[in-house]
Design a protein around this ligand. Structure first.
Ligand code: FES
Length: 170
């Protein structure tokens, strides 16, 4: 009888030792899972942040050169705008695009798509302005060729004088 009670006590002690071991391993597993969840969250947040930033930079290019104040002329060197190319800049506080259509010809339009306000891109292969958001397409005069844009791109006065394009009314 005495032997049985000693055996039972040892078994219980062993059981509680095993429970303690299981508890420690459980805690370790929970800590490991929490750590992995934390880093997974951090990684996803970082990736999401970078993706949103890259998309915003693509759709709304920052640091556009040009006049910020209304009524101020903008000058673009012809060397920065070879024939068949376009340059996005800021005019009257708005993103605008100059398209060099010939040796002595340039068109300047608003670069803001009249559909939902994305910035249009120049497709030099097709000589068209294309909106990356919903695929509105405009010709070099700003007229809608296709897509959801409800009206043409606004046009601004521009002329070539010597070696530069002057955008503005003065
Ligand atoms: S914002 Fe340009 S097509 Fe929708």
């Amino acid at each position: 009888m005495k032997d049985t009670s000693i055996l039972a006590r040892r078994l219980m002690e062993g059981g509680s030792h095993l429970q303690a071991q299981n508890g420690e391993e459980g805690n370790k597993a929970i800590k490991r899972r929490s750590f992995l969840n934390y880093w997974l969250g951090v990684s996803l947040a970082t990736f999401g942040g970078f993706s949103a930033y890259a998309l915003a930079r693509y759709l709304f290019p920052p640091g556009l050169a040009g006049a910020e104040a209304a009524g101020e002329d903008v000058r673009i060197m012809l060397s920065e705008l070879p024939v068949g190319t376009a340059k996005v800049f800021r005019y009257k506080g708005e993103p605008s695009v100059a398209v060099r259509t010939g040796e002595k010809a340039v068109r300047v339009l608003s670069a803001v798509c009249p559909h939902l306000g994305c910035i249009v891109k120049w497709d030099s292969g097709k000589s068209l302005l294309v909106c990356p958001c919903h695929a509105a397409v405009f010709d070099v005069n700003g007229n809608v060729v296709s897509g959801p844009a409800p009206r043409p791109l606004a046009s601004y006065p521009a002329r070539i004088v010597q070696d530069e394009v002057i955008v503005g009314e003065t």
